[in-house]
Structure formats: C-alpha cells, structure tokens
Design a protein around this ligand. Structure first.
Ligand SMILES: Nc1ncnc2c1ncn2[C@@H]1O[C@H](COP(=O)(O)OP(=O)(O)OP(=O)(O)O)[C@@H](O)[C@H]1O
Ligand SMILES: [Mg+2]
Length: 152
C-alpha cells in the first residue's frame, strides 16, 4: 500500500482531482470513497463521471444504490452509494463484480461492503477541513500503487 495526502481548497480543486482520477481509471478498478455525511464523496464521484461521460449533473444514487454510465468508447463506470444498503446479501444484486469486469466502480460508503475488497483499489478518505476545504488521504492498493503519483 502507498499513500498520499492532499488538500482541496475548493470545488474547483475537487473537479481537478476527479478529472485526474478519470484519466487514471482502468478496467477492474474500484475507487472507495470514504468520509462522513457531507464530506464530498458524491462531489468527487460526479467530477469523475463528468470527465468521462460529459454528464455534468449526474444524479446521486442515494435510493437506487447504483447508477451506471458508459463512455463513448465502451468503458463502463458504476457509481454506487451503499449508505442505504440494508443487508450484505443485497450486494450480490448490485452487480459490482460484473461492473469491474467491464470497467470501474466508484463506491460511496464502502464500509458496507464487508469482506468484499477488490485487490486493485484506491481508497479516498475525505474530511472537512478549515474554511470549507477538504483534506484527502489516498491509499493505493494493488495496481493503483504505480498510478498514485498521477493523481496529485
Ligand atoms: N472539495 C470541496 N470543497 C468545498 N466544498 C465541497 C467540496 N466537496 C464537497 N463540497 C460541498 O459539500 C457538500 C456535500 O458534498 P457531497 O454531497 O459530495 O458529500 P457526500 O460525502 O456525498 O455526503 P453524503 O454522505 O451525505 O452523500 C456539498 O454542498 C458540496 O458542494
Ligand atoms: Mg453522497
């Protein structure tokens, strides 16, 4: 595992990190977005989706739990928000494994995943910092280790 810390002073900084993440994404990647309510998980996921699909107002999958996207060149992107997942058995129905076969997954509230932890994963922990910004800890596992430096 390799880790890096950075600070996002504004929504523009979040958009830039999202765009760099989008460029680095490969098939089989999971990006685990961690942090309290309001930490900025959906904001970062939306920035990735916007960079990859041009969809600038992606809905938050608060109730649907998952939302899928496909880029023009056929790369599949799944955005999941597991906050309302009631039972680990529901996970099977969300198609996370299938999503990673065809593309990448951005997952909010990954603590709900239980033992399911993809080997190639980037853990992004967001935390509110002073003056409206966010502190970010990136923890790169598996193939993300060699791509971590592209993100900062
Ligand atoms: N880097 C940032 N700088 C400043 N404001 C931010 C940043 N990221 C997010 N925000 C603001 O914080 C608020 C909450 O963000 P967001 O909805 O992305 O959080 P979340 O972690 O997805 O929350 P939840 O767990 O409730 O889904 C939004 O109003 C958003 O504009
Ligand atoms: Mg959210």
């Amino acid at each position: 595992m390799r880790e890096r810390r950075l600070h996002l002073a504004s929504l523009e900084d979040a958009a830039r990190l999202g765009a760099r993440l989008a460029q680095a994404l490969e098939t089989g990647d999971a990006v685990l977005l961690e942090g309290e309510l309001g930490a900025g998980k959906t904001t970062l996921a939306r920035a990735v989706i916007a960079a990859l699909t041009g969809e600038s107002d992606a809905p938050s999958p608060t109730y649907t739990l998952v939302q899928s996207y496909e880029t023009a060149d056929g790369f599949a992107l799944l955005h999941a928000d597991l906050y309302r997942l009631r039972d680990a058995r529901e996970l099977d129905e969300l198609g996370l494994d299938e999503a990673l076969d065809q593309g990448a997954a951005l997952i909010e509230w990954p603590d709900r995943l239980g033992a399911w932890r993809p080997a190639d994963r980037l853990e992004v922990r967001l935390e509110e910092a002073g003056e409206g910004g966010r502190d970010v800890r990136l923890a790169a596992h598996g193939s993300w280790e060699t791509r971590l430096d592209r993100l900062i």
